[in-house]
Design a protein around this ligand. Structure first.
Ligand SMILES: NC(=O)c1ccc[n+]([C@@H]2O[C@H](COP(=O)([O-])OP(=O)(O)OC[C@H]3O[C@@H](n4cnc5c(N)ncnc54)[C@H](O)[C@@H]3O)[C@@H](O)[C@H]2O)c1
Length: 452
C-alpha cells in the first residue's frame, strides 16, 4: 500500500450523512482526513470538533476524538484539498429531476475543482451511486481536462459503491463486502490498496469501474422489480380472495424465493431512483425495470380503487393521508408515495388532507399538502396509512367518527383497533372479497388473460 500512498492523506468530498461517517472511519484507520464541503457551516462545525450528522449514534464522540488528535480538518477549498491528498473520495449526491433526467451538476462541479488541484499519483475514487460508465468516461474527461494529466499514466481513477444505510454505517462497513473497481489495471491496484487499508470486511475487486457501478444498480433495481412483482401478486390476491402477505411468507420458506411485501408505493432516495440510472443512455432495453417503475407508481391509483370499492365513488369524499415521509420514522420525503397517493385520490375526485407527526403544518404546505386539522376529523371518509411512523401506534382513530375505511398501506397496524371503532381495515393484497365482485373491467380483463 505504501508504494501507492506514502503520505496517507485522504480528502473526503461531501460531508453528509455518508461522507462524515466515512471520514471518521478512515481517520480511525490511520489516515489524515481533509473533509470538503460546499456548505461552510458544515466545515465550521467539523473544524470546531463538532458533528452535524445525527443519524449515527456515536459519531459526535468519534469526531470530537479524532479532531482532538489532529486527524480531521475541513475546508470549502476543494482545489487545495485535492493538491494535498493522496486519495480523494467523492460522495456528493447525484439525484434525478422530476422528469427522471439525472442531475450531475453538483458532482460535475466538485470534479472540476478536484481536477484543478489533482497531482500525479493521486487516486480519485467515486462512491456516489452513478449510471454505468460515468467514472470512466464523464469524470475521467473532466479530470484530465482540468489537470492536464492522463488517467492512463499519471493518476488513478476508480469506483466503489457505497452500500451502507444511514443509521448503521459502521455496522454495514464492517459487514458487507466492499465492491471496488478501477478504470484500468494500475487504477484497480490503487483502489484495492486504498480500500484494503481502511475496510475490515472483504473486498470484491471487479474487472472495471463500470462493473463496480453496475453492481450497485443491480442490487437496488432488483428491489424495485421484486416489489413490483409483490404488488402484482397482491392485485391477483385481491381479485381472488387470497391473502398475499401470508402466501408470500409461506413461499419464502423455500430458499430460492425472496419476495418482498406489497404496499401503496415505493419511495426514497434509492429504490425508485436508481432504475433510472440503469436506464440512462439505454432507451430500448431493460423492459422489466421500466415496467416495474410503472407498476409501483400505479399502486397509488390501485389504492384509490381499493378505497372506492369500500366507500363508493370518491367524488366529494374526504381522504386523510397519514405520513408524508417516504418511510416510517424518517423525516424525509424524497420520491414519497404520499405525493402519488394525493394525486390519485384527487384525480378520483376526493379532497385530500395530510398529517405527519414529523412535519409541521408549514412544512406540509411547502410540500403541496393540505394539513389536516383535528376539527375536521368527523368529516373524514377514508384514511390511508402511507408511512408506518411509530407515533401512529398511539394515534387516536376514535376521532374519525364517520370514517368508513382505513387502507393500511404498510400492513403495519393492528386490525382489531379499527374493528372496535367500526372502521373497515384493509391492506394491499388482503384478498378482501368485495373486490372480486367489483373488479375494474380493465383489471378483470388482464387477470382473465392470465387464468387457464
Ligand atoms: N443516505 C444513504 O442512506 C445512502 C446510502 C447508500 C449510498 N448513498 C450514496 O451517498 C450519496 C450521498 O448521500 P448523503 O446521504 O451523504 O447526502 P447528504 O445530502 O447527506 O450529504 C451530501 C453532502 O455533500 C455536500 N455537497 C453537495 N454538493 C457538493 C459539492 N459540489 N462539493 C462538495 N460538497 C458538496 C452537501 O453540502 C452535503 O453536506 C448518495 O447520493 C448516494 O449515492 C447514500
Amino acid at each position: 500500500m505504501d508504494t501507492f500512498f506514502p503520505e496517507k492523506t485522504v480528502a473526503v468530498v461531501g460531508l453528509g450523512k455518508i461522507g462524515l461517517p466515512l471520514a471518521a472511519h478512515y481517520a480511525e484507520h490511520g489516515w489524515t482526513v481533509i473533509g470538503c464541503d460546499i456548505n461552510s457551516a458544515v466545515v465550521d462545525i467539523i473544524n470546531r470538533g463538532g458533528c452535524h450528522v445525527d443519524e449515527e449514534s456515536d459519531l459526535a464522540e468519534r469526531i470530537a476524538k479524532i479532531h482532538a488528535q489532529g486527524k480531521i480538518s475541513a475546508t470549502t477549498d476543494l482545489v487545495s484539498a485535492a493538491q494535498k491528498a493522496n486519495v480523494v473520495v467523492v460522495i456528493v449526491p447525484v439525484i434525478v429531476h422530476e422528469d427522471h433526467s439525472i442531475a450531475f451538476e453538483s458532482i460535475d462541479s466538485a470534479t472540476h475543482l478536484i481536477g484543478k488541484g489533482l497531482q500525479k499519483n493521486t487516486l480519485v475514487v467515486y462512491e456516489t451511486t452513478l449510471p454505468v460508465g460515468t467514472t470512466s468516461k464523464r469524470f475521467r474527461a473532466i479530470l484530465e481536462e482540468e489537470s492536464h494529466l492522463s488517467a492512463e499514466t499519471d493518476f488513478y481513477l476508480g469506483y466503489s459503491p457505497e452500500r451502507v444505510s444511514s443509521g448503521h454505517i459502521e455496522r454495514d462497513l464492517n459487514k458487507y463486502p466492499k465492491v471496488v473497481g478501477g478504470i484500468n489495471q494500475r487504477s484497480k491496484a490503487a483502489v484495492e490498496a486504498f480500500y484494503g487499508s481502511v475496510i475490515d470486511a472483504d473486498l470484491i475487486v471487479m474487472e472495471s469501474a463500470d462493473e463496480a457501478e453496475f453492481v450497485k444498480l443491480i442490487e437496488t433495481t432488483y428491489r424495485d422489480v421484486n416489489i413490483a412483482l409483490a404488488n402484482e401478486y397482491a392485485q391477483f390476491a385481491d381479485a381472488h380472495g387470497l391473502r398475499a402477505v401470508p402466501s408470500i411468507a409461506a413461499a419464502n420458506t423455500q430458499p430460492y424465493s425472496h419476495i418482498h411485501i406489497p404496499g401503496v408505493g415505493v419511495g426514497g432516495h434509492c429504490i425508485p431512483v436508481y432504475p433510472y440510472f440503469l436506464m440512462y443512455g439505454d432507451s430500448e432495453g431493460l423492459s422489466l425495470p421500466r415496467r416495474s417503475r410503472v407498476v409501483n407508481d400505479d399502486m397509488s391509483i390501485y389504492s384509490a380503487q381499493r378505497v372506492s370499492r369500500v366507500i363508493g365513488d370518491l367524488h366529494g369524499k374526504k381522504t386523510l393521508i397519514l405520513g408524508v415521509a417516504y418511510r416510517g420514522d424518517v423525516k424525509e420525503t424524497a420520491f414519497t408515495s404520499a405525493k402519488l397517493l394525493r394525486e390519485a385520490f384527487m384525480q378520483a375526485g376526493s379532497e385530500v388532507f395530510a398529517q405527519d407527526p414529523l412535519f409541521t403544518d408549514e412544512e406540509l404546505l411547502a410540500r403541496g399538502y393540505t394539513p389536516f386539522d383535528s376539527n375536521q376529523a368527523s368529516s373524514i371518509d377514508a384514511i390511508v396509512i402511507q408511512a408506518a411512523h411509530s407515533e401512529y401506534n398511539n394515534f387516536d382513530f376514535s376521532q374519525f367518527v364517520n370514517c368508513k375505511v382505513v387502507l393500511d398501506g404498510r400492513a403495519s397496524d393492528r386490525p382489531e383497533r379499527f374493528a372496535e371503532l367500526g372502521i373497515k381495515y384493509i391492506t394491499i393484497g388482503d384478498g378482501y372479497t368485495e373486490c372480486v365482485s367489483s373488479l375494474s373491467s380493465a383489471l378483470a380483463r388482464n387477470l382473465s388473460s392470465l387464468l387457464p
